[in-house]
Structure formats: structure tokens, C-alpha cells
Design a protein around this ligand. Structure first.
Ligand code: NAD
Length: 317
């Protein structure tokens, strides 16, 4: 008997969902069963066919098929990338309410199937939709995860690596807070190898300066707007971020990733789901890593938290 079955169900086979599926197939070895579900059944079926036809070129074999909610029962992870687009003239809150209804139509049958794994949410506004998933599923908080600021953090490391001409893997830095306009970079936590970047910036003998850091932070914050302006949507980066989180869970890696997690007193906050560095392993969020932020950084954190709290309170659950 194969005891190493790692099964992922993807709900929402649009651009984001399928970018994730494509990265999953190409990276290989992360899971061996992938189920595609979408309200548009024909689309899910076509996507499954298309991916299956590439399997001969993939690193490892996988069972890929279009399924339904019964297939969630024995899944390890449910990835949700389903959502509706903003209509002309629609407010952000109206969109939020419509996406909440979409989530109700998803979470209810998933839970009813007997699913007992981990929810990973990518749908925007991701911090709120993750909290909606938590409220609707009534799963433990460690098993309800949002992609949070994982993509923003990758963007930050890429830009810092470029600025300091060093491999982004040797830059340690996080984007924290809402995945959105109120997110921020705690500069006190940015490390070049093990050297604090703040000390590099204070050193007048080099060309690096604080103003450039602020520009990089702004570039990270506005990256999605720029990409959407140029090509209408963003999907490859988030697809790879979802793949990274799934790999950390299924591989029981205990890796630190900035996901959207429910705070239970960390950062002097409770109940809100927000992007914070977390240790991710087989059971989801093992621990929320509490960084020693400066007073100014804590102010930014509280401001971001309050935006999320206000938005969540505006929805009719
Ligand atoms: P898309 O329109 O291409 O895909 C959405 C899919 O959801 C469609 O296939 C649609 O049929 C499906 N869907 C809608 N209602 C459904 C339901 N009730 N049940 C099942 N499936 C349903 O959109 P996209 O570009 O793939 O974006 C998906 C989501 O990801 C959006 O909310 C987007 O804002 C978000 N996103 C998040 C990040 C991030 O960093 N978290 C980055 C980019 C995009």
C-alpha cells in the first residue's frame, strides 16, 4: 500500500490557480495527486487534460483530474484561488461580500466532505478571505493559512538582492502586515547575510542609503498595480509562492514564511489574520515568530491590523 500519498485539491482553476498547478507539476515530487475544482467544470476538465499532456516531460508522476467536493475528504491541503472580479462601480466592500458568498459555497461542501487537512487561501483580499475561511470552517487557526505577504517578501528580497548585488537567498527580510496598501518592511529586521542593513546604511563609505530602501519598499507595495496595468493580472509569482508554502507543509520543513495567520496575543493583537513570519510544517502553522520591532514599526503594524479589522467587521458573515 502506498502510504506516501500527498493529495492537494485546488479550488479555482483561473490564472492564479493554474499558475500554481503548473509550478507544482514542474517542480515535481511535492505531491502525487492533484484535483482541480471550479464552478466552471468544463474549464477544470480542460486544464486537467492540458496538464496531463505535459506529464511525460515532468520530473515525477502525478495523478491529475477534475473532481468535485467529495474528493476533498482525504486531501492534505485545499488551496483556494477562486474568486470573482470587481465589477465596474462596485466598492471594495461589495466585492468582499460577493467573495464571502463564493467562499460559503466552497467551504461548506469541503467541510461536509470530511476534509481534515489544511486550508491555504490565495484569493484577495487574502487576509480577510483567510479569516472568512477560518470562521466558516471552524477549523483550528493553525490549519487555516493565507498566502499573506509571502509574495511581497519574495519581491522585496529580489529587489534588495539586485540593489546590493547579492543572491536574494542571502538577504533576510520580511514584508509584514496586510497583503495590500498598508503593508510595510521593518527595516530593523533586514539582514545582508548576518549583517544588519541599517548598519550598512549608516556607513558613509558606501553608496547605499535609506532613501533607496524607501524606494524599494514602495516598489514592493505597488508591484501588483504595475503588473496589472501592463498585463491585466498577476499570477506566476503568486503561483510559485503557493507552491513554496505547499512544499513546506507536505515536506514538514519548519520553514519560516510570511503567511497570513491568526494572532492570539502576538504583536499585542488578537483574532486578526495578518502577514507575519511563521514556522510552517506538516500541521500548518507551528509557531508565529515574534520579531523585536521598533516602536515606529509597531505603529505601522497596528495601523495595518486596524485596516484589516475594519474591513472584516464590514462583512455580513
Ligand atoms: P480568475 O478569474 O482567472 O480565476 C478565478 C476562478 O475562480 C475562475 O476560474 C472562476 O470560475 C472560479 N470561481 C469563481 N467562483 C467560484 C466558485 N463559487 N467555486 C469555484 N470556483 C469559482 O482570477 P485569478 O487571476 O486566478 O485570481 C484569483 C484570485 O487570486 C483573485 O482573488 C486575485 O485577486 C487573487 N490573487 C492573489 C494574490 C496574492 O498574493 N494572494 C496575487 C494575485 C492574485
Amino acid at each position: 500500500m502506498n502510504t506516501d500519498k500527498r493529495k492537494v485539491v485546488l479550488i479555482g482553476t483561473g490564472m492564479v490557480g493554474m499558475s500554481f498547478a503548473y509550478a507544482l507539476v514542474n517542480q515535481g515530487g511535492i505531491c502525487n495527486e492533484l484535483v482541480l475544482i471550479d464552478v466552471n467544470k468544463e474549464r477544470a476538465m480542460g486544464e486537467a487534460m492540458d496538464l496531463n499532456h505535459g506529464l511525460a516531460f515532468a520530473k515525477s508522476n502525478m495523478r491529475i483530474y477534475a473532481g468535485d467536493y467529495h474528493d476533498c475528504k482525504d486531501a492534505d491541503i485545499i488551496v483556494i484561488a477562486a474568486g470573482v472580479a470587481q465589477k465596474e462601480g462596485e466598492t471594495r466592500l461589495d466585492l468582499l461580500q460577493r467573495n464571502t458568498e463564493v467562499f460559503r459555497s466552497i467551504i461548506t461542501p469541503v467541510v461536509k466532505s470530511g476534509f481534515d487537512g489544511i486550508f491555504l487561501v490565495a484569493t484577495n483580499p487574502v487576509d480577510i478571505m483567510t479569516r472568512v475561511t477560518y470562521e466558516l470552517s471552524r477549523f483550528g487557526a493553525s490549519r487555516v493559512i493565507g498566502t499573506g505577504t509571502s509574495l511581497d517578501t519574495a519581491r522585496l528580497r529580489y529587489l534588495l538582492g539586485d540593489y546590493f548585488t547579492v543572491d536574494p537567498k542571502n538577504i533576510h527580510a520580511y514584508v509584514m502586515g496586510e497583503h495590500g496598501d498598508s503593508e510595510f518592511v521593518p527595516l530593523s529586521q533586514v539582514m545582508f547575510a548576518t549583517k544588519p542593513v541599517s548598519s550598512i546604511l549608516e556607513d558613509d563609505s558606501n553608496e547605499y542609503c535609506l532613501g533607496d530602501m524607501e524606494k524599494i519598499e514602495e516598489q514592493v507595495r505597488t508591484a501588483a498595480y504595475k503588473i496589472i496595468e501592463a498585463k491585466r493580472a498577476t499570477y506566476y509569482g503568486i503561483g510559485m509562492a503557493i507552491t513554496r508554502i505547499v512544499k513546506a507543509i507536505l515536506g514538514d520543513e519548519n520553514s519560516v514564511l510570511t503567511v497570513s495567520a491568526k494572532l492570539c496575543g502576538e504583536y499585542n493583537s488578537k483574532n486578526v489574520f495578518i502577514g507575519v513570519p511563521c514556522i510552517i510544517g506538516r500541521n500548518g502553522i507551528k509557531e508565529i515568530v515574534e520579531l523585536s520591532l521598533t516602536d515606529k514599526e509597531m505603529e505601522k503594524f497596528y495601523a495595518s491590523r486596524d485596516v484589516l479589522e475594519e474591513n472584516f467587521n464590514g462583512i455580513n458573515l
